[in-house]
Structure formats: C-alpha cells, structure tokens
Design a protein around this ligand. Structure first.
Ligand SMILES: NC(=O)c1ccc[n+]([C@@H]2O[C@H](COP(=O)([O-])OP(=O)(O)OC[C@H]3O[C@@H](n4cnc5c(N)ncnc54)[C@H](O)[C@@H]3O)[C@@H](O)[C@H]2O)c1
Length: 342
C-alpha cells in the first residue's frame, strides 16, 4: 500500500493529542490537519506534533486539507455539528463518545451519516478492555448460559470534574462514563434497554464550584428480560491511586464472572510523597509507541477503514446508548421509571 489514510482532528485538547499520537504511530495513517476553535490552540498542537496544517474552523479544514476521515474530539455537547459537517463533506468519521447529548442531535447525525454514505464509528472503547473482552468471549461461547443480571460500577475521582474537564458542568458523568457502562452492558446482553429507573445525588461538586450531578444509581430492564444496575459518579476521593473505580459482575443461569478492573496491582510505585498504581492497561507507551485499550479502539477505526472491515461498535449501538442516557436523566429528575424512546 503506498497511500496512507489522511486524518483530520477536530479538538486540540487532551484527548485530541492522544488521537494524533495513535494515527501517527500507525504505519498506514497520518494526521494532515488539526482544528480548534480557540485561537492558537490548533497551531500550537500542530507545531508540537509535526502536523502540517492547522485551522480554527472545521468547515475550512474538511474542504482544504485533503483528509479522508475526521476524528471529532470536541467536548461531548459539540460532537453533533462537527460530525454532521464532516459527513456533508463525505469524510469517514470517528466520533468520541458519547455520540450526542440530545435526541435531536442523535437523529440529525444518523440522518447525515446515512445520506452521505460515510463510515462512522463511535469510540466506546471498553469493548477493547482485555478483562471485559475476555469475559465477553466467555459469554459468547455460552459458558455462563442465558444471562440473567448484571452490575457495573464506573466512577471517576473528583479531580476529573474539578480540574481536568473545563466543560464538566456542561456535561454529565452519565455522558462521560455512563456511556461506557451502558455500551458494555448492552454489548453483554446483546440487547436494547426497554425501561430505566434512576436516582441521583448532588451537592459535593456544586460545593466545589462545578454545577453538575455527583452520582447516579440506575436500574436497567432489557427488552429480552435481562436486568442490570449501573453506578456512575465523579466524587471518589482524589487520593484513589486509580482514577477509575471499576467493578463488574455478570450472572447467567450456568455461571458468573466478576471483574475488579481498577485494582489490577500489576505495578505499585512508592515515593516519599505518595503511593501510585501506574496505568499499564488503559493508556501508556512502550518505547514511545502508544499502547493500551483506549488506543486499540482508535487504531481499530483506522484498520477497519483501510480493510473495509466491520466496526466493532455500530452507530446504532452508540445512538441507542445516548437515547438510554436521556431516559436515565429524565428518570432521575422525575423520580419515575421511564421507557426508552428509540
Ligand atoms: N475515549 C476516551 O477514553 C476519552 C477520554 C477522554 C476524553 N474523551 C472524549 O474526548 C472528547 C474531548 O475531551 P478532552 O478531554 O480532550 O477535552 P478538552 O477540553 O481537553 O479538549 C476539547 C477541545 O475541543 C475544542 N473545541 C470545542 N468546540 C470546538 C469546535 N466547535 N470546533 C473546534 N474545536 C472545538 C476546545 O477548544 C478544546 O481545545 C470528549 O467528548 C470526551 O468525552 C474520551
């Protein structure tokens, strides 16, 4: 193969930089341009990472840069407009999770993708997590029998909302992590959620100046009868050595699997100041090459575009996860169970 897949990135933030590293580490891919609406931000990332062109407007970038595909790595609420613009210029698209945060955006995106015949994947990367993937293989082989119930806890430490994401108050832990939980549970049950009931609590983060809900506890009823609970919050203590607190259990009529993914303890680091458990599973680098399952999903997008292979996460999966999160929010606000509207 003599040509490389040409990627353009929208959003020169923390995760946009990770996208660039992964594309540039791929033997058959290169980043040709980056865009950020904040003046100077894309130019500075382009200089730092050797990206030939930078823009402050993605319409100009899609038109002029010669890209084949676009990665949408803006804050959650800004995915829709950028992805629709990319689709209208016939670019294949990798959208960061979640697909979108309103019902209108979900349907407008799906319509734009279908009308323009572009290929689209959403970066719901938990399917590439070694522990979850191996557990899923066991379910697929029938080792657990028919799935009965599930539980997933996926929490972040407070600093993610207070210090990492400047737009935390414009999003929700349900969009930021709940999208992964829902995708994982939908994938295991191989089913859509029919009805949700959720309760939430707030106050801790508001007290720290971030106007967002602290935590949600949600019950899910799947269409074919499976039941599950999921917990998503961003108020675990900052001293937690792992930013994520992840527990998972899946029970079938022949067996059960439990995962404790946050406490892998493969490596512990002690200094005079603190104890840490460096991440060697999600995102790290080996001889300067990006590794980890958060990177595998992005690499898989490139591989599937080049090979014509089927994406491991469909647009329908991501759209239905977003519509389910909207039902969860409605349930938590009204205090009533809510049927998911697809
Ligand atoms: N898959 C994962 O593991 C993972 C991890 C972290 C973040 N994310 C997702 O990646 C996305 C970005 O997160 P982040 O942490 O990099 O945020 P960030 O705030 O660091 O970066 C976002 C950038 O997008 C820019 N932006 C906003 N609107 C824009 C627009 N209309 N056009 C061009 N640029 C625009 C902002 O100026 C900012 O520089 C989010 O959707 C987040 O949920 C995914």
């Amino acid at each position: 193969m003599n040509t490389k897949l040409k990627m353009a990135i929208v959003g020169a933030g923390i995760w946009g930089e990770n996208h660039a590293k992964i594309y540039n580490a791929h033997p058959f891919c290169e980043v040709v341009a980056v865009c950020d609406e904040k003046p100077g931000r894309a130019a500075s990332m382009a200089k730092k990472m050797g990206i030939p062109r930078s823009y402050e407007n993605y319409e100009d970038m899609f038109r002029e840069s010669g890209c084949d595909a676009a990665a949408i790595v803006t804050p959650d609420f800004a995915h829709a407009k950028a992805a629709i613009a990319a689709a209208n210029q016939k670019k294949h698209i990798l959208v960061e999770k979640p697909l979108a945060t309103t019902r209108e955006d979900v349907f407008a995106m799906v319509e734009a993708f279908e009308k323009n015949h572009v290929r689209v994947m959403v970066d719901l990367h938990n399917r590439w997590s070694p522990a979850f993937n191996v557990a899923h293989q066991s379910v697929e082989k029938g080792e657990l029998g028919n799935l009965y119930s599930g539980y997933m806890r996926l929490n972040d430490a407070k600093w993610v909302a207070t210090d990492m994401l400047p737009w935390a108050a414009q999003s929700s832990i349900l969009w930021f992590l709940g999208s992964h939980s829902l995708d994982t549970l939908r994938w295991f049950f191989n089913d859509d959620v029919a009805r949700v009931y959720s309760v939430s609590r707030e106050g801790l983060l508001k007290g720290l100046g971030v106007d967002t809900v602290d935590t949600y506890l949600t019950t899910l009823e799947f269409k074919k009868g499976g039941i599950a609970q999921m917990e998503n919050g961003w108020i675990t203590p900052n001293a937690n050595p792992c930013v994520n607190d992840i527990k998972f259990n899946i029970l079938g009529d022949k067996g059960m699997i439990s995962l404790d993914v946050s406490n892998h303890n493969l490596i512990q680091k002690y200094t005079d100041e603190k104890v840490t458990v460096p991440d060697v599973v999600v995102q790290h680098s080996i001889f300067d090459v990006p590794k980890g399952f958060a990177f595998e999903s992005i690499r898989s997008f490139v591989d599937c575009i080049l090979s014509g292979g089927e994406f491991k996460v469909s647009v329908e999966d991501a759209a239905n996860a977003s519509l389910t999160i909207l039902a969860i929010m409605e349930s938590a606000e009204t205090g009533m169970p809510v049927e998911v509207r697809y």
